[in-house]
Design a protein around this ligand. Structure first.
Ligand code: GLN
Length: 489
């Protein structure tokens, strides 16, 4: 079925004129009709508009237009509800944005469109990307395609579930503390968080501006490299984007990893790590040795502080970023007798419980008298965490860890206990604090029930080429990425 194909498989079929973009798009829409009533990955989509984009592509192809330099020509790609797509709803899975329609495209979206993609659909997420299970959406749960009683991870749960259930060919998500890699691991797809500054954040609704990055969800590593190449690059509309050259990431996937050094951090293979996950990661490490990589034990001594530091910095930045949602400029409004009453009624009614918790925490850590004790100290420890990684990267080319401590948990299991929820990001958060890149890819399954397990690779700042080369070599030597959920509900 066309909706099950990867970007590269579908592009090859288009090139041979075996199928049309309309057929590929229709296959995704049919799959959505068939399974999304149970999965609920999509908040909304416009089928007619998607098919119109597909027809435009088919017309171009029939007139002899080439796909050269347009690696995404005719590829249906769905988008997390935090990224601006012109004339489409933008809600961040929150009630506070009301009926807001985006007046412009995010830079990453502009680039997808320029590369020929069919950009369609709004994917469910935790409200304002705050969460690890997609249970914080104001618009209902998304279910894990491997077991619909379980969560798909978060905050980009809709993006991961939609790719895993073959409702689109690829999707975009965002990652502030693990929100691409963690759901990718729990749904069995490939999720990439690029180096901070690699992809412009223009048009991404900010949660924590010093941590947020946009990245792809795909069915294999090659597609991840393709999407990264399309979206990367400096952008004058985001001053934190970096003018590093954009290599040909796909060309780096040559399978030759002989002699590359992979660091295994001793701090990551302990504590609450599920034994089945540990066994899968151990097996992956052995596989890397077989493929010719050298495994080196490393230490990241400040790992224990990462979750605490993250929840100070991320909440502080969130409290500032979310101040703009006050009922005046965007979205929903609850009237009041004076501006203060209007603000507080609008925000009281518009934000969910987790978002309020974060705004309150963030306002507290920034308040006079506490700023030095919390925020400033967290910034200093953040530097220590980054230095741990930079030191490790003096001796290794990439780092290998589990992506998550457990496989997908049951809906409701952790939603009453924020701290337990926060701990599900324990292996992904440091990467954002350090500003480096990371990718999660399938490396096995738990037995009963059968749930995907993710392997995380962490790369040097702007070291995506080597990291993806390593990910690809492992992937191609195993068959984990080819497994599909049965979707028999
Ligand atoms: N789960 C983390 C949080 O709730 C990370 C979210 C994210 O990466 N957007 O903050």
């Amino acid at each position: 079925m066309l909706n099950q194909l990867t970007i590269s498989e579908l592009a090859a079929k288009f090139a041979k004129r075996e199928v049309s973009a309309r057929e590929a798009t229709q296959a995704c829409l049919d799959q959505i009709a068939c399974v999304d009533g149970k999965i609920h990955a999509f908040l909304s989509f416009n089928a007619a508009a998607a098919l119109a984009q597909a027809d435009a592509v088919d017309q171009l192809i029939s007139q002899g237009g080439s796909g050269a330099n347009r690696p995404l020509l005719g590829i249906p790609i769905a988008i997390k509800d935090v990224l601006a797509v012109k004339n489409q709803p933008l809600n961040c899975a929150s009630k506070i944005l009301g009926n807001y329609i985006s007046p412009y495209d995010a830079t990453a979206i502009e680039k997808l469109k320029a590369a020929g993609a069919i950009v369609f659909g709004r994917l469910n997420m935790d409200e304002f990307a705050m969460g690890s299970s997609t249970e914080n959406s104001a618009f209902g749960l998304t279910c894990n395609p491997w077991d619909i009683t379980r969560i798909p991870g978060g905050s980009s749960g809709g993006s991961a579930a939609a790719v895993a259930a073959d409702e689109c060919i690829a999707s975009l998500g965002t990652d502030t503390g693990g929100s691409i890699r963690q759901p990718a691991a729990l749904c069995g797809c490939v999720g990439l968080k690029p180096t901070y500054g690699r992809i412009s954040r223009y048009g991404l609704v900010a949660f924590a501006s010093s941590l947020d990055q946009i990245g792809p969800f795909t069915k294999d590593v090659r597609d991840s490299a393709t999407l990264l190449g399309v979206m990367s690059g400096v952008d004058r509309r985001d001053s934190t984007s970096v003018p590093e050259p954009v290599p040909n990431y796909v060309a780096a996937l040559d399978g030759n990893i002989r002699g590359l050094k992979l660091g295994l951090p001793k701090e990551y293979m302990v504590g609450g790590l599920d034994p089945e996950i540990k066994a899968s990661v151990d097996a992956a490490v052995k596989q890397y040795e077989k493929l010719g990589a050298e495994i080196v034990e490393i230490s990241l001594p400040h790992t224990d502080y990462a979750v605490a530091v993250y929840y100070i910095i991320a909440t502080a930045e969130a409290s500032a970023n979310l101040a703009r949602f006050d009922g005046i400029r965007y979205g929903a409004r609850v009237e009041g007798n004076d501006p203060i009453e209007l603000y507080s009624k609008t925000r009281g009614a518009g934000f969910g419980a987790e978002v309020k918790r974060r705004i309150i925490l963030g306002t507290y850590v920034l308040s006079s008298g506490y700023y030095d004790a919390y925020y400033l100290r967290a910034q200093k420890v953040r530097t220590l965490i980054r230095n741990d990684f930079l030191k490790a990267f003096e001796t290794v080319d990439a780092i290998v860890t589990p992506t998550t401590p457990t496989a997908a948990f049951k809906a409701g299991e952790k939603s009453g206990d924020p701290l337990q929820m926060y701990l599900s990001d324990i292996f992904t958060i440091s990467c954002n604090l350090a500003g480096i890149c990371g990718v999660s890819l399938p490396c096995g399954f738990t037995q009963n029930p059968k749930l995907p397990i993710g392997l995380q690779l962490l790369g040097k700042p702007f070291g995506e080429e080597t990291m993806l080369k390593l990910a690809h070599a492992y992937e191609q030597s195993t068959a984990w990425h080819k497994e599909k959920p049965s979707l028999k509900f």
